[in-house]
Unconditional design. Structure first.
Ligand code: SF4
Length: 367
């Protein structure tokens, strides 16, 4: 039988705590808020990996850490092991494969452009959404990440930038492995931690949540007035075209998704970014561009056109630059602004889930 004592003995991840929760924890041991602030700064600003051995703390905080943080104690620090760190030939993209405590691996990508650094974070191990062109979708869902496992990716990327002598992260996109709105609570807690000004300090205006179209999550973001940017992956402008690429469309049909986007816009006044993976011969025709223009009419929309990153499990190929430009000009004449995104890091398998999929193929082949 599970006892209360056994439950309370389960170690808790320190990085799962918001600042208010950390303050309460330390307060319950008689430590004042100033100690919580010092610990928070060491964990989230100085990115200290060994808090229990930190000498800069006042004695009461040092004692609390010695008693409460570490193997077999009340708290532990998420510190994923980096199993791979691959840089693209142009040096602008770096991909980390990180091993979590239960041996699941996730990817974090660091992209640099004109001295500005953006990290692309994973929110789940695997993904339940099954988009056909996506290596993560092809592997299926494994589990949700905890807030601390999302925060730990930002700490990892920040440390990598610092040790390479670069400025810190400017932007975050939740566009890596997993569907962020399928792991809503953990993602919102992680973003509260990440955007805290006394810690990692990446403000909400620098953070984009990307969804494949989880309608209840979009409505909840609007209802709760969450201050982050929203990007919605469309890939098709009719139900038939979209559901061929995005199986989640069966659950949240296109009409329902666009209605949710209109509600989101009405309630927040925020521009919505729409992601469109351009696949040659599948969704890149002038007629499809025309349908997309009509679909988005009246919304404050910006479309990101992203030539496909090929994956082993999907036969599609990327649209040519000329066809992408033709698609873009039709959108423009419909009054919809768009950007053709450069394909980044092909040589480091930067599309989400590609490195993990490649590693497991190699590991299986090596057995
Ligand atoms: S594209 Fe995103 S939502 Fe779709 S399967 Fe991949 S990780 Fe999941």
């Amino acid at each position: 039988m599970t006892t209360v004592a056994a439950i309370s003995a389960v170690p808790r991840p320190l990085l799962d705590l918001t600042f208010a929760e950390l303050e309460r924890e330390l307060g319950a041991s008689g430590l004042p808020p100033v100690h919580a602030r010092a610990l928070w700064r060491a964990a989230h600003q100085e990115l200290n990996q060994n808090l229990a051995k930190e000498n800069g703390f006042v004695p009461p905080l040092r004692r609390w850490l010695e008693q409460n943080l570490g193997d077999g104690k009340r708290f532990f620090l998420d510190a994923p092991t980096e199993t791979d760190d691959i840089a693209s030939a142009d040096g602008l993209t770096r991909k980390f494969l990180l091993r979590l405590a239960d041996d699941q691996t996730i990817e974090t990508v660091l992209m640099s452009f004109k001295g500005r650094h953006t990290a692309c974070l994973s929110t789940q191990a695997g993904c339940a959404m099954g988009c056909v062109f996506c290596a993560t979708g092809q592997m299926g869902f494994v589990r949700h990440l905890r807030p601390g496992e999302i925060v730990a990716q930002v700490r990892h990327a920040q440390r990598a930038l610092r040790s390479a002598g670069h400025d810190g992260l400017r932007n975050l996109v939740l566009m890596g492995m997993g569907e962020p709105l399928h792991n809503y609570e953990a993602v919102m807690t992680a973003l509260e931690i990440i955007s805290d000004r006394g810690g990692l300090n990446i403000g909400p205006s620098k953070i984009t949540i990307s969804t494949v179209g989880v309608v209840p999550g979009i409505l909840r973001l609007a209802e709760e007035q969450r201050p982050y940017h929203l990007a919605v992956s469309l890939h098709g402008a009719t139900e038939a075209e979209r559901s061929a690429l995005v199986p989640a469309s069966a659950r949240w049909p296109l009409a329902e998704l666009i209605a949710a986007c209109r509600t989101y816009f009405a309630q927040t006044g925020r521009r919505i970014f729409f992601e469109w993976t351009l696949i040659a011969g599948a969704n890149d025709s002038p007629a499809q561009a025309g349908r997309l223009g009509k679909l988005l009419a009246g919304l404050d929309a910006h479309v990101n056109l992203i030539p496909l990153n090929p994956t082993g499990g999907f036969a599609g190929t990327p649209t040519s630059l000329d066809a992408a430009k033709a698609f873009q000009s039709i959108l423009k004449s419909a009054g919809i602004p768009s950007t053709i995104r450069q394909r980044r890091g092909i040589d480091v398998a930067a599309g989400c889930g590609q490195l993990r999929a490649e590693k497991s193929r190699t590991d299986r082949a090596g057995k």
